[in-house]
Design a protein around this ligand. Sequence first.
Ligand code: SF4
Length: 301
Amino acid sequence: MRCIVPKYSGFCFDVSVAVKTAYENTYGDTYMYGEVVNNPVVVKDLESKGLTLVHDLDSIPKKAGVKVLVRAHGVPESTVKEIARRGYKLIDKTCPRVKRVHNTVINASNRGMDVILVGTPGHPEINGVLGWAKTKVVLIQDLEQAKAVIPSTIFTGKGVSMVAQTTHNKKKYEEIYAYCSSLIPNIEFHDTICDATAKRQSEIRYLARLSDGFIVVGGKASSNVSKLYEIASEHCKNIQQVETVKDVDLTRLSAVETLIVAGGASTPDVSVNEIVYAVKNYCASYKIPFETGKNLFFHNW
Ligand code: SF4
């Protein structure tokens, strides 16, 4: 078996920064407002080191010196204002790529434009983006929904601005835009999918075609991880999505020749490494040749 960890596996730069800040604030009265990144391994470790996770501001004691860490996915404008009103110190780790989506929506609202937002309903990033718009927003999850909703939607603004969740499937976002632009003449397209996502998706698409076994590693609630799974499963049928090594079904790998083990942008390297070692041990037990490359991984794609 040849085992490959993609070049772009694991934390993106902005997740690294957010997680590092979280670890630097595991003392004193600092509260993590929502999971700083969608990964239970990271969040549990932060909690074990003293950072308190809360899902609403009312759970935070009203006293001086409290700091509130805002997650990489961002929050609505009303939350930022409420944190200030209560006198808490804001540690804002909203990813700059997410802020760019906020700013695009604010700009569209200021120009009186309606917005089509492509993303997953209920995801924290989407809830945050919705909270910055002052004009009408139509939330679309996929092409099927666009076909069901857009023809009967009456847009009353001065044009329509189109944005996507930073981690959306890039190819599918472009398909939705192509459809919407065929019906809406004055639509403005914004490619708000971040570079980290685009690189990971394109590498995964390439590697999935070469593989006969695929493990996508990361939080179940992570959008970027679920999009990697979606893309890889188009090309590789022997695929598993797991949070940790405990979830891996090693018996499905016995006949695999090329295995990809890929972490999402919010997946710590340790979760990927544990799986590679487990696969290596499994191969050793069954006398299956296992190739790992010079430094364990093939990183030269
Ligand atoms: S995946 Fe993209 S949007 Fe999310 S933290 Fe990384 S760079 Fe930012």
